[in-house]
Ligand binder design. Structure first.
Ligand code: CP
Length: 311
C-alpha cells in the first residue's frame, strides 16, 4: 500500500491487518523507551491547510516514535498564504526530501489529486479532505470498538449508530465504509437537512429520529460534531431545536445500555451535540479514541513507508 486516501483503498483483510498492527504498536506506547527504528532516515511532512489538534499531533508523535524526521507545515505561515498552489507546495516539500506527505485540506479530493496526478512520488496519507473522508479516524474508531466490544478480529454483529451532522462529516463517511467492511451493522440518524443523499447506498440504515434509533439498543453511539463553520448562512439550523432532537443529553444517556460505548471524534461542542454528562460518563471512549489514534497512525505510516505491516 503506497497511499491511504480512502477506506475504499482497503480490503477487509488489509483493514484487519492494519488494526492488528496498531494493536501491537500500542504496546510500544506503554514502554519506557517508546521508539522503534523502523523509519529512520525518512522524512514525513504534516501538510495541514485546516486546523487540527488530534490528527496533526498524533501523526507527529507517531512518526517520531518510528524514528522518522517530521516537518510541520502551517499553511498560514507558509507561502500558501502568497497563493502558492497545492501542487507547487507538494513538489517543494518532496524536493526537500519528503517521503510521505500527510495532507488535510478543505477541498474534497485534494489527497486523491496529490496521489494520482503524478505531481509527486511521495506516499500520500489523507488526514481529512473536505466532506469526503478521514480514513485514519475511522481506523482508530474501529480499533476502539474492537477493543471494547471484544468481537474478535473484525466487528461482525456490532451495532453502531452514528448521529448528527452527517452532511459535513468526512468522519461519518469513512466510518460507514470501514465499519460495514468489518461486518458491523451501521445506522445513522440526523436532521433531514443534514443527512446527505446517498448515505444509505454506502451501507447505513437511516433513522429520522434519534430516539427511534436508540430504541434499537445500539452497542456504540458515535456523536458527530456540528460543523458550524461549514454551514451556509441559509441552512436551517437552530441550536435549540438541535439540542432538543439530536443531543446526547441526560435523558438519552439514561436510555443507553450499561455497556454501550459513547464515541465522539472530537473536538466536542459540549452542550450542543453532546452533554457534559455524556462526554464525562464512564462509558465514554473519547480519550481512548485519541490514544488509539497514535497507534493507528504509527501502523499506517509504517505500512505506507516500509510496505509492511508489523505483525
Ligand atoms: N478528530 C479530528 O480529526 O480532530 P482534529 O481536527 O483535532 O484533528
Amino acid at each position: 500500500m503506497k497511499h491511504l486516501i480512502s477506506i475504499r483503498d482497503l480490503t477487509r483483510d488489509s483493514a484487519v491487518a492494519l488494526l492488528d498492527s496498531a494493536q501491537q504498536l500500542s504496546q510500544v506506547n506503554q514502554r519506557t523507551v517508546k521508539s522503534l527504528p523502523a523509519l529512520r532516515g525518512k522524512t514525513v511532512v504534516n501538510l495541514f491547510y485546516e486546523n487540527s489538534t488530534r490528527t496533526r499531533i498524533s501523526f507527529e508523535i507517531a512518526a517520531k516514535r518510528l524514528s522518522a524526521d517530521v516537518i510541520n507545515f502551517d499553511a498560514q505561515a507558509s507561502s500558501a498564504s502568497k497563493g502558492e498552489s497545492l501542487k507547487d507546495t507538494a513538489q517543494t516539500l518532496e524536493a526537500l526530501g519528503a517521503a510521505a506527505i500527510i495532507v488535510r485540506h478543505p477541498m474534497s479530493g485534494a489527497a486523491h489529486a496529490l496521489a494520482n496526478r503524478g505531481w509527486v512520488s511521495a506516499s500520500i496519507i489523507n488526514a481529512g479532505d473536505g466532506r469526503h473522508e478521514h480514513p485514519t479516524q475511522a481506523l482508530l474508531d474501529a480499533l476502539t470498538i474492537r477493543q471494547l466490544k471484544l468481537s474478535g478480529s473484525d466487528l461482525t454483529g456490532v451495532k453502531v449508530l452514528i448521529v448528527g451532522d452527517l452532511e459535513h462529516s468526512r468522519v461519518a463517511r469513512s466510518n460507514i465504509l470501514l465499519l460495514s467492511l468489518l461486518g458491523a451493522a451501521v445506522s445513522v440518524a440526523g436532521p433531514a437537512e443534514l443527512v446527505p443523499e446517498g448515505i444509505a447506498a454506502m451501507g447505513a440504515k437511516v433513522y429520522k429520529s434519534f430516539d427511534e434509533a436508540l430504541a434499537e439498543q445500539p452497542d456504540v453511539v458515535m456523536m458527530l460534531r456540528v460543523q458550524l463553520e461549514r454551514m451556509l448562512k441559509n441552512e436551517a439550523f437552530t441550536t435549540r431545536d438541535y439540542v432538543k432532537n439530536w443531543s446526547l443529553d441526560q435523558t438519552r444517556l439514561g436510555q443507553l445500555g450499561k455497556e454501550t460505548v459513547i464515541m465522539h471524534p472530537g473536538p466536542m461542542n459540549r452542550g450542543l451535540e453532546i452533554s457534559n454528562q455524556a462526554a464525562n460518563d464512564p462509558r465514554s471512549a473519547v480519550l481512548r479514541q485519541v490514544e488509539n489514534g497514535l497507534a493507528v497512525r504509527m501502523a499506517v505510516l509504517h505500512r505506507v513507508l516500509s510496505g509492511e505491516v508489523t505483525n
